[in-house]
Design a protein around this ligand. Structure first.
Ligand code: SF4
Ligand code: ZN
Length: 316
């Protein structure tokens, strides 16, 4: 977060003739805000994003994918405060202390805001991530992503939710966009939109924090006394997305607004071109012959992963 000059007043309070000191400066929005107006600004920005991308309405039942980190808890808090019907969904990945700590924080937060937290344990369903990691030659995060997407979609349907909301923030989206652009991963770029519409067994997925930076969501969590897991998952070490984030943050420091512009211009100028191309050769959604969930091949990627894990765990 950019440094605040001593004695700076809150922009909003100043416009009302009050003299409250600002506690945060948002250089790319040219705003200095006090605690109260920062919280208000954050929630308004979330609401505006929800409306702009037609993510959901107050009639929808929303399932927030909660990891116990700042972004997902900040998102859940903001949605509930804005009057949306939002419950939480936590997947216990079985990653030692990290999962234990994040589950406790997610649970105590759900009690604090008085909303339901659904919990699914990988240990009971398939195997913990460290076991899955050993059973496959894929990077842990790639297998973890497959498993998380699968359970989120399946349980959201079973539990009667029509929307899955995730806490991906602007820094996450920009790092992924940057990586996909470096490698010209057209198929991934085509799917990089804050809304993935509902489609033949896939529930609608949305990212209401896509215009909020990591620092802004950390600050929102802090100002709302939200306790969140502060250390990273051990498998995130060495991930290229972290390097991209560091690089992009240096760029942002020198040129505030770079990240937001990169992302917004992609959505405005590049995404429509990719989308147009997609409609001509859309992939067919099938049904997995094993589990009956939607899939792009006869056996879904989750069931293929499960078969590999079972092979290893059965022989042990
Ligand atoms: Fe899963 Fe990788 Fe995230 Fe850890 S860092 S929770 S393994 S996706
Ligand atoms: Zn399947």
């Amino acid at each position: 977060m950019a440094k605040l000059k001593k004695g700076t007043r809150c922009t909003v309070c100043k416009s009302k003739g009050e003299k409250t000191k600002a506690v945060v400066f948002l250089p790319h929005h040219r705003l200095a805000l006090c605690r109260e107006h920062f919280i208000q600004w954050f929630e308004k920005r979330v609401e505006k994003t929800v409306k702009e991308f037609r993510m959901f309405s107050r009639k929808d039942r929303i399932l927030v994918a909660v990891s116990g980190g700042k972004d997902s808890l900040a998102l859940w808090n903001a949605l509930v405060k804005l009057g949306y019907e939002a419950d939480g969904f936590y997947i216990d990945l079985g990653i030692d202390q990290y999962s234990q700590g994040s589950k406790e924080l997610a649970y105590s937060f759900s009690e604090k805001i008085g909303r339901t937290l659904h919990i699914v344990s990988l240990k009971e369903q398939i195997a913990p991530i460290p076991v899955i990691d050993k059973a496959t030659d894929r990077p842990a995060c790639s297998a973890c992503g497959t498993v998380k997407r699968y359970y989120m979609n399946r349980y959201a349907k079973q539990l009667g939710y029509s929307i899955i909301a995730t806490g991906h923030n602007l820094d996450d989206e920009v790092a992924v966009l940057f990586g996909n652009t470096l490698r010209w991963e057209i198929d991934y770029l085509k799917r990089q939109y804050p809304v993935l519409k509902e489609e033949k067994g896939f529930i609608k997925k949305v990212k209401p924090l896509c215009k909020i930076t990591e620092k802004e969501s950390a600050l929102y969590a802090f100002f709302n006394n939200i306790e969140y897991i502060e250390y990273e998952c051990p498998f995130s070490e060495g991930a290229s997305s972290i390097e991209y984030k560091e690089f992009l943050s240096k760029l942002e420091e020198k040129h505030p607004g770079t990240k937001l512009q990169f992302y917004l211009n992609f959505l405005k100028k590049m995404y429509p071109i990719l989308k147009e191309h997609e409609s001509k050769q859309a992939e067919e959604v099938k049904t997995c012959v094993i589990c009956g969930e939607p899939s792009f091949s006869d056996i879904c990627s989750f069931c293929r992963l499960k078969q590999k894990v079972e092979k290893v765990t059965d022989t042990n």
